[in-house]
Design a protein around this ligand. Structure first.
Ligand SMILES: [Fe+2]
Ligand SMILES: [Fe+2]
Length: 397
């Protein structure tokens, strides 16, 4: 058997021809390979050594080699394994405990044996998987909006000074909360076994959503040339407990189910009472994104607590612990609270302020009702849901 590569060099396509011929060559049979490309034999010899085929220079006038196919070459893939299945709907797609040696391989790829072990700490299906992840990722990808065009930045408006100050203070508060909401999922992406591709994608697009929220809230705050408002120690202490939480289930429970769930009420409230169209638009767009973040948190935690009901106790303890840690901090800063009242009042008359205050009180009750509803969906009892919701941080997130 003879293969003439002519002037084709091994590293510029010749290798394909050699492999093709060897595929149809029986084991232990020799083929003669010739060609005029410089270095052909050097490359061919190195390749044969790596693949386990015999190589010797051919006798005769033309530069060439005799390659004898050895079955060791086939054995390179003998210990290889299929890393689950790419299609998440395939019943054998997602493993309960994908091995660390699969590393970064695409789910469904044939993984050569002998790969180095990786160290993904979130590597159990029960901790991270939700059958809703595929749908929620697709929904999020389709719902991405462009801050430059989705918000009517150029609509002319002018607010009374104190109302503009109130908006700026609320935006300042929102930005630091969004920053926590960006950092928490980002930290877990780095620990997640890539076998759970759809969860990784959901968390990544969630972080991208938060990046946009930070951008538009900042841009609204600066729209009229003001300085940003205040950031308080109490608010930061509350957010720090989220950033420092090492457990994925606990962190998503505190952040997505309780915190972002509470923010849904807040953002829709801000959209309703916004004194200008830009504030209304940034809050509406952020609220739409947040509802997906809440949905994913609920979806994977529901599956987790169903598989392991003891997790519910751990989540409950996390709320109690956090309450205890934050017990002597101020919670929501007065400046934010008063800004909300003023925004909902719309004017300074005593009657308007009473109405604004009542609206904020209704917001707080609405937040509580939303948290309770979500806690019940995780099958906490009625009294647990009531208690845990009441103990949720006064900083809202
Ligand atoms: Fe957000
Ligand atoms: Fe979020």
């Amino acid at each position: 058997m003879n293969l003439d590569l002519q002037d084709l060099s091994f590293d510029r396509g010749g290798a394909l021809l050699v492999k093709r011929v060897l595929r149809s060559t029986p084991d232990d049979q020799a083929i003669t390979i010739t060609g005029t490309a410089p270095d052909l034999l050097v490359h061919l010899r190195a390749w044969c050594r790596a693949e386990g085929h015999d190589f010797r220079l051919s006798d005769g006038d033309h530069a060439g080699a005799v390659v004898t196919k050895r079955s060791a070459a086939a054995q390179r893939w003998a210990g290889a394994e299929r890393a689950g299945r790419a299609d998440p709907l395939d019943p054998s797609a997602i493993l309960d405990h994908p091995p660390q040696r699969w590393g970064l391989a695409a789910r469904g790829a044939l993984v050569e044996s002998g790969s180095a072990e990786f160290h993904f700490t979130l590597a159990d299906k029960v901790q991270v998987w939700s059958s809703d992840a595929t749908r929620l990722y697709a929904q999020a990808a389709a719902a991405q909006w462009d801050p430059a065009t989705a918000i009517p930045w150029n609509t002319p408006f002018d607010l009374p000074d104190e109302v503009e100050d109130a908006v700026v203070q609320i935006m300042t508060y929102l930005i630091e909360n969004e920053t926590a909401a960006l950092i928490v999922p980002s930290r877990f992406i780095a620990q997640l076994h890539p076998h759970f591709r759809e969860t990784m994608q959901v968390l990544a697009i969630q972080a991208a959503d938060e990046a946009r929220h930070i951008e538009v809230f900042t841009r609204r705050a600066l729209l009229k040339g003001r300085e940003l408002g205040v950031s308080t120690a109490g608010g930061q202490a509350s957010l720090q407990t989220l950033i420092d939480e090492p457990d994925f289930a606990t962190a998503s429970f505190l952040l997505s189910v309780l915190g972002e769930g509470t923010f849904l009420s807040l953002l829709w409230f801000l959209e309703r009472f916004a004194p200008d169209p830009v504030t209304a638009a940034v809050c509406r767009l952020a609220a739409q994104d947040e509802s997906r973040h809440v949905a994913f948190g609920l979806a994977h935690l529901r599956e987790h607590v169903t598989a392991d009901p003891s997790v519910r106790g751990a989540l409950k303890n996390a709320v109690l612990r956090r309450y205890d840690t934050l017990r002597y901090t101020a919670g929501l800063n007065t400046e934010v609270f008063e800004a909300l009242v003023l925004m909902a009042a719309g004017a300074w008359s005593p009657a308007d302020l009473r109405k604004g205050h009542d609206n904020v009180a209704r917001l707080i009750e609405d937040m509580h009702a939303g948290r309770k509803k979500r806690l019940l969906r995780l099958e906490f009892t009625e009294s647990e849901a009531e208690e845990l919701s009441r103990l949720h941080t006064r900083n809202f997130m």
